[in-house]
Design a protein around this ligand. Structure first.
Ligand SMILES: Nc1ncnc2c1ncn2[C@@H]1O[C@H](COP(=O)(O)OP(=O)(O)OP(=O)(O)O)[C@@H](O)[C@H]1O
Ligand SMILES: [Mg+2]
Length: 213
């Protein structure tokens, strides 16, 4: 079986695509899977993170491989990487469906981070429609959840009402997620065993079940 492709997509900017892509890739690579990252966002944030990671851990110490692609080339590159790696994690840009559609088309699973606010959920509709059009399986991931906040529960309920598959695991709103990225690491490395690290591990396990990896 060729490798599985997980595409992070969400047209709403700043929902956590890049943060979740990096964290999932590191979590999945720790299960002995060979993992490649594919950055399709011309902003190149994931690439900057990866270069910082190489600088910190050495070229052989990142545990990951990294490529870039744009437009339709993403589909071709993703499928090519899936021949050599167990899991390919793709980061896509906000707004442009021209840039993200090929990565969605190639996906075994599209992971859609959404912040738990009504505005973010409304803004997710076009992404969900595009994913449905491509016929790709997808999973909403609540990101930056505030614990003990009624709004988070309301949005979770609204997602259940939508009937769209959503991950059981939510990622909390934690400065440690943002801070860990600065020097090319993840919360798994800067705060192992922390609540945030456990959330990422649980999410990775859930996603592995979805993709059968
Ligand atoms: N769970 C979290 N807790 C705290 N901060 C977070 C979390 N997830 C993401 N962030 C922060 O939110 C901001 C946006 O995250 P990120 O860049 O990953 O989103 P994105 O969807 O990739 O954005 P873009 O659409 O611009 O590509 C960043 O500053 C990031 O550090
Ligand atoms: Mg991004």
């Amino acid at each position: 079986m060729s490798g599985r492709i997980i595409t992070l997509a969400q047209q709403k900017g700043g929902s956590g695509k890049t943060t979740v892509a990096a964290h999932l890739a590191v979590a999945l690579s720790r299960t002995k899977a060979r993992v490649a990252l594919l950055d399709c966002d011309p902003q190149g944030s994931l690439g900057e993170w990866f270069e910082a990671r190489e600088a910190r851990l050495g070229e052989d110490g990142t545990g990951l491989d990294f490529r870039t692609a744009s437009g339709w080339g993403a589909r071709r590159e993703a499928r090519s990487l899936a021949r050599d790696y167990d899991i390919v994690v793709i980061d896509t840009p906000p707004k442009s469906d021209i840039e993200s559609r090929p990565a969605i088309e190639a996906a075994s699973l599209v992971a859609v981070p959404v912040q738990p606010t009504p505005i973010d959920l409304w803004a997710t509709q076009p992404t969900l429609e595009m994913i449905a059009k491509e016929g790709a399986p997808s999973l909403l991931i609540i990101n930056r959840a505030l614990s003990r906040v009624a709004l988070t529960e309301e949005i979770s309920e609204a997602i259940r009402t939508l009937g769209h598959p959503a991950a059981e695991t939510r990622l909390g709103n934690r400065v440690a997620f943002a801070a860990s990225m600065g020097d090319g690491r993840t919360i798994l490395e800067t705060a192992p065993g922390s609540k945030g690290a456990l959330e990422v591990e649980a999410l990775a396990a859930e996603i592995r079940r979805h993709i059968g990896a």
